[in-house]
Design a protein around this ligand. Structure first.
Ligand SMILES: CSC[C@@H](O)[C@@H](O)C(=O)COP(=O)(O)O
Length: 351
């Protein structure tokens, strides 16, 4: 199953302009189901329950949710209530608060009756900008891939990624995947090792779906496999996305990213983080200061998927489970940040 078109747009305004349309990512890759969000409460639920996810897309969804609330009631009280409702939907991705602040900044000076339309316009602009940012990140990452390939032109370039840093996590292109899509489009031989990304399997379900849709050769691996592949020289570089990079360059991303960075460091494999400026958080000093989301242990204890008679769920442990959703990779393990402005060394952030 695939979605066609250069611009796949994982979020857009509904036809009547009063809501937002998202893909229900809980059902991918088995079914493509678009859902209409009609209120801030709908948007908050979709973010909290991960119908929609990925740092930039969470930001875009919250912006539309905020706009829906303001279209209904543009008063200061309604503005503050919607801001807080949405800001608390998920704690780790800084893009959520960034997008809400952008909308609030745009509408606060306006009379209540004008705030709804202005908020929708700002949300649209946030989405358009996200596409442009990812496209620019992709262009810089592509140059990096070309340079690495030129060192060993006879070989396929093996890239390892974690979680879903793709167009499903953004409005289009993705952060880490943008350069991979551009490389594939220009005929550079690439192959992607896709970490399954337990417990929610964003790699096995979402990244693999995206790469297949774009015709990129890829292989899903268990989360524990990357170290072995790196020792064997079968990974040329790692590119991941991020939910927040703090002032000192620490990288908060999906749980398991840190272990990949350690293995990459030990094996001399370059470890890159792709992100737009909206994911930098200069107000938070270090990764230790980032709130790490803890999710329902049943996400770990239960496995679900399509069975012979519809959706099947099985329990895979009889013991208590613990499910922190993100970890922190220290800046010292990061080779570079791939941004819309080019490559940035972690040391450059704190200098
Ligand atoms: C745009 S990519 C960066 C991250 O948002 C992505 O890798 C990630 O960790 C997403 O986590 P999720 O919990 O699925 O929202």
């Amino acid at each position: 199953m695939r979605l066609e078109g250069e611009h796949r747009r994982s979020i857009a305004r509904t036809a009547d302009g009063k809501g937002a349309r998202i893909l229900d990512q809980r059902r991918l890759p088995w079914e493509i189901v678009w859902v209409e969000l009609r209120s801030a409460a709908d948007a908050e639920r979709a973010i909290r329950e991960m119908w929609t996810r990925g740092a930039p897309l969470i930001g875009a969804t919250s912006a539309y949710g905020f706009a829906m609330a303001l279209a209904e009631d543009g008063s200061d009280a309604a503005l503050d209530a919607a801001y807080h409702l949405l800001a608390e939907a998920r704690p780790t991705a800084v893009n959520l608060r960034w997008a809400l602040d952008e909308v609030a900044k745009a509408v606060r000076p306006l009379p209540a009756a004008m705030r709804g339309e202005a908020a929708f316009a700002r949300a649209d602009a946030i989405c358009d900008e996200d596409v442009a940012l990812n496209r620019a990140i992709g262009a810089h990452g592509l140059q990096l891939l070309r340079d690495l390939h030129a060192r060993n032109p006879g070989r396929t370039l093996n890239i390892l990624t974690h979680c879903n840093p793709g167009w499903l996590a953004t409005v289009d292109y993705g952060t880490a995947t943008a350069s991979i899509y551009l490389a594939q489009d220009e005929g550079l031989p690439v192959h992607v090792w896709v970490d399954e990304t337990r417990p929610r399997n964003q790699g096995a379900l979402l990244t693999a779906f995206e790469l297949a849709g774009h015709g990129v050769p890829h292989t899903v691996i268990a989360d524990n496999t990357g170290g072995l592949l790196m020792q064997r020289g079968e990974v040329d570089l790692v590119i991941v996305g991020t939910d927040r990079v703090t002032a000192n360059g620490d990288v908060c991303n999906k749980i398991g990213t840190y272990l990949k960075a350690l293995a990459a460091h030990d094996n001399g494999v370059p470890f890159y983080v792709a992100l737009p400026y909206t994911t930098f958080d200069p107000m938070t000093p270090t990764g230790a200061d980032v709130p790490i989301e803890e999710r329902d242990p049943d996400e770990l204890a239960l496995l679900s998927g399509p069975g012979a008679n519809g959706q099947t769920t099985v329990r895979v442990t009889a013991s208590p489970a613990y499910n922190p959703a993100f970890d922190v990779t220290p800046a010292r393990l990061v080779t570079g940040f791939i941004t819309e402005r080019g490559l940035i060394a972690p040391a450059a952030l704190s200098s």
